[in-house]
Write a protein that binds this ligand. Structure first.
Ligand code: GDP
Ligand code: MN
Length: 418
């Protein structure tokens, strides 16, 4: 899921009309002091990492003066919270908290719900999981009917809130839902939603997660790849993602695993798994025979032939790979002939460029016979070392890995004598 830091989410809160404390995000202790100076009031210095429980981990500190803000920031910057290094802090106007509430939305994918669930609780500031059920008002929102102010007023009142804060809280909860929809969120949470001593209602925290599949609709997110991606995307990664962003039929996941320089040193195969578990088995098989994968690719969920074709073309584009390996260690219930067609088309274009190239294809599951025929007939006339395997070898990773290895060795001999 596309996750956002607190300060990023709060920018969207502002745009959605949800009040937030005045704040500045910085990455040095000096800038934290300057920010505190500018705010001109006591501040709170908050670690910006994609993890909750920062308070308990010491990642949130109150500071009465710019000097204190500087000291707090230098303590927090560089700190590790749940394994994540803190590189930025948010310096924010301190709130005089009268009461902490919770407001949040998630998507409940369960058959009976399949939609957004809105939650409101007067027990803010702690994990919502640890709040007793009778202290949380929940509402399964009908996305067609939408949500009205009277719905959120009812929720707030049902939790025992009285007097003037009712309106401010209900207003924020309604706006939270509207933002959740507008930004295609899977989760959006304010914890705590603060009622101040002066009677104002502000979002003191933000947890925001958007749907990966909707990232392409939100250029403002500035997310290059709509999925959890721990490294900076390479050109190959970005091309791979463009297949996904432009075609939602089935999935294609591609990540570059080795740099072109590494691949040129030898021992790398173009790697194509079908489904996560199958892909792991195949990677293992490669490791065991002393080969490495140049990329990780996974096409599953009944992708179209065109998606598979584009994936194979990209795999084959890595210079220096010594084989193409389709690692279908599973009895897939997707119709495998789409894979067969896509693979044949891509390999018919690519293999003539490299005579004798090793190709090992393991493809099993639904429409297996037809798929096997498409692969065998489609590649028969090519000058390449093509071996096609079916369900007889579906879990025979040792054998399949050995075949890849043997063909790679033969191919190397060809190359050496050429
Ligand atoms: P989390 O621990 O990662 O969820 O971080 P939060 O942003 O929710 O902050 C944790 C706690 O710090 C809140 O529940 C508050 O009790 C406290 N806190 C955060 N901001 C302020 C503030 O402006 N003033 C005061 N007094 N406390 C704050
Ligand atoms: Mn919080």
């Amino acid at each position: 899921m596309a996750k956002f830091l607190e300060f990023q989410g709060k920018e969207y809160f502002k745009q959605a009309g949800i009040p937030v404390p005045e704040g500045v995000v910085v990455n040095t202790a000096e800038d934290a002091a300057t920010a505190a100076e500018k705010i001109g009031k006591p501040v709170v210095v908050k670690a910006q990492v994609l993890a909750g429980g920062r308070g308990k981990a010491g990642g949130i500190k109150l500071a009465a003066t710019p000097d204190e803000a500087k000291a707090a920031a230098s303590e927090i910057l560089g700190m590790e919270i749940k394994g994540l290094e803190v590189k930025q802090v948010l310096v924010e106007e301190q709130l005089a908290i009268k009461q902490e509430f919770y407001a949040g939305l998630i998507i409940n994918s369960a058959q009976e719900v399949r939609g957004p669930v809105l939650m409101f609780s007067p027990e803010g500031g702690m994990d919502i999981e640890s709040v007793p059920e009778d202290k949380i008002a929940t509402l399964n929102v009908d996305v067609i009917k939408g949500l009205m102010l009277h719905d959120t007023l009812d929720m707030v009142v049902s939790m025992g809130v009285t007097g003037p804060p009712i309106r401010g809280l209900a207003d924020v909860v309604l706006k939270l839902y509207n933002m959740f929809r507008a930004k295609d969120c899977r989760a959006l949470e304010i914890n705590p939603l603060v009622l101040t001593e002066e009677g104002k209602v502000l979002a003191a925290d933000c947890r925001m997660e958007a749907d990966d599949q909707a990232v392409f609709r939100h250029p403002e997110f500035n997310i290059k790849i709509g999925r959890e991606f721990l490294k900076e995307p390479t050109e190959l990664d970005l091309i791979g993602w463009s297949f996904e962003a432009s075609d939602f039929r089935g999935t294609s996941y591609i990540a570059e695993m080795a740099s072109p320089e590494e691949v040129k040193n030898g021992g790398y195969v173009g790697y194509h798994g079908i489904g996560g578990g199958a892909a792991m088995l195949g990677m293992d098989a490669m490791n065991k025979v002393g080969l490495k994968v140049a990329d990780y690719a996974d096409t599953s969920g009944n992708p179209t032939a065109s998606k598979v074709y584009r994936t194979v073309k990209l795999i084959m584009s890595q210079p220096g790979i010594e084989a193409y390996f389709l690692s279908g260690f599973m009895m897939a219930n997707q119709e495998q002939w789409h894979h067969a067609h896509g693979i044949v088309k891509a390999l018919r274009e690519e293999l003539p460029k490299r005579p004798g190239f090793p190709v090992v294809l393991l493809l099993c599951g639904n429409k297996e016979k037809e798929s096997q025929a498409i692969l065998k007939e489609g590649l028969a006339d090519l000058d390449a070392r093509v071996e096609v395997y079916d369900r007889e070898h579906v879990y025979d990773a040792k054998f399949i890995g050995g075949r890849v290895k043997t063909l790679v060795e033969e191919y190397r001999k060809d190359q050496a004598s050429a």
